[in-house]
Design a protein around this ligand. Structure first.
Ligand code: PMP
Length: 451
């Protein structure tokens, strides 16, 4: 078994930081100018967390690649953290969006495309009714609001170290004795998350039953496989158990498929025949154009219809002026019908397997205590010998310094990984050569690191 030499890691990291700066003078210049009116020189604060001393500015992104302003071509395995899972600027989406751009972007009235989109989603996910937002975050917020409204209960159950967008209830972790505590650095929480949330470990049905047994849980918000603290796969029967307990205790089950859509055209829900009460998805289904949606059962639809008054429907906390706009609808229709097809997944999933095989071979070659986890068109390596069974284990296996180094090493060789994870995602345009480039890079990186 190989152990990591931290001094060596620090030396190599310093070398890579220098190489990054030397190779990207134009990005460096733009980053400097960007600092004038954006803190950290970035349009969104978390972008400062990318490896390297400043972000890479993008010139052109197409398919599975992008070129930065310094003219360097990159294999993009991040794909906008799933926003571009169908490739950058897919032709069918671009064509539909371009057409719609000249026909009205947003009117607060429906376009005919909405009928096709909701029908397509119903077929994929097995839920008859759909409503639209601009982000997955908003779809989650709305799903939670409806759940509270319909059940008259206050609490939401989430998994330890989940991520569902900037949803207040979800920034909680398990504290001493199973209590709920704010996740570290939860910024400006409106109330203590202990008031809104119970947190359970993934794959722990006993803990879930205990959390539900108080009788005050409106919703269980889950990813059917965790993807935001590394990938954590469910034990056999775990999701069925969650469904059973939700029904037993009268809580509504919300499956957030925003990332697990990588499992197939109907996401993990479709692939495993799961039966949530509500389902949330955003990012990928518009081919990169902002959109989000949540679907629900006939029962949920009936309960909403019975309990929401027309007069107050616009100011009840469910809304968004731009929601359901013509541009998002055109993007979703084209993407769902022509890009996010079974054939696309038949191309993407074997590539993710090949990527995982390459990473595993690299790990084995140096005897590192790491492992790879696979989830359809997505795969990820983690710094523990065996796969994590829950969020805490996955969190404890993380190593920020090591991760930053590996990502920077890859970036310096023209490969972009998903930030904050060691994750790779395949799109319909990803090629065997793209995967092979990662395999070679990763092996060389580990051989040097563990030399
Ligand atoms: N749900 C999941 C599972 C996510 O991973 C994310 C974002 N990474 C979101 C929701 C929120 O998506 P957005 O930031 O586009 O609203």
């Amino acid at each position: 078994m190989s152990t990591l030499d931290r001094t060596r890691l620090a030396d190599l990291h310093a070398r890579e930081r220098e190489a990054f700066t030397a190779a990207r003078p134009r990005s460096g210049e733009l980053a400097e100018r960007a600092r004038a009116h954006m803190p950290g020189g970035v349009p969104m604060s978390w972008m400062v967390k990318w490896p390297g001393d400043h972000p890479v500015f993008v010139e052109h992104a197409e398919g599975a690649h992008f070129t930065c302003v310094d003219g360097i071509d990159h294999v993009d395995l991040c794909l906008g953290d799933t926003g571009a899972m169908m490739g950058h600027s897919p032709a069918a989406t671009v064509e539909a969006v371009t057409r719609q751009l000249a026909r009205g972007i947003t009117t607060m009235l429906p376009t005919e495309d909405a009928i096709a989109v909701s029908g397509n989603l119903a077929d994929r996910f097995g839920l008859p009714y759909w409503q639209f937002t601009l982000t997955a975050t908003d779809a989650n917020r709305h799903a939670i609001r409806y759940a509270r409204h319909l059940t008259g209960r206050s609490k939401v159950v989430v998994h330890n170290y989940c991520y569902h967008g900037s949803v207040d209830e979800a920034f909680a972790t398990i504290g001493e004795g199973g209590t709920t505590v704010d996740r570290r650095h939860n910024i400006g929480a409106p109330v203590d998350t202990a008031e809104t949330t119970r947190v359970v470990e993934f794959n722990d049905l006993d803990a879930l039953e205990k959390a539900l047994s108080h009788g005050d849980v409106a919703a269980i918000l889950v990813e059917p496989a965790l993807t935001n603290i590394g990938i954590v796969l469910p034990d056999d029967g775990y999701n069925a158990g969650v469904r059973e307990l939700a029904t037993k205790y009268g809580a509504l089950l919300i499956n957030d498929e925003t990332h697990t859509i990588c499992a197939g055209p109907g996401g993990y829900t479709g692939a495993q025949g799961l039966e949530p009460d509500l389902l949330v998805i955003g990012k990928s289904i518009g081919g990169g154009i902002p959109c989000g949606t949540f679907g629900f059962t006939q029962d949920v639809a009936d309960r909403i219809a019975r309990s929401v008054d027309l007069e107050d429907i616009d100011v009840g906390g469910i809304g968004g002026t731009l929601a359901g706009n013509g541009l998002s609808m055109a993007a979703m229709k084209a993407t769902l019908e022509q890009v996010m097809t079974p054939e696309a997944f038949a191309h993407m999933v074997p590539l993710a397997d090949a990527w995982a095989d390459g990473v595993q071979a690299g790990i084995d070659a140096v005897g590192a205590d790491w492992h790879v986890t696979r989830l359809g068109a997505r795969a990820e390596y983690n710094f523990s010998k065996v796969p994590s069974r829950n969020g805490q284990e996955a969190h404890d296996a993380d190593d920020f310094e090591l991760q930053q180094y590996l990502h920077l090493y890859a970036l310096n060789r023209g490969i972009l990984l998903t930030p904050f994870h060691n994750m790779a995602l395949m799109c319909p345009d990803t090629t065997v050569a793209d995967v092979d480039a990662h395999t070679t890079m990763f092996r060389e990186c580990l051989e040097e690191l563990f030399a």
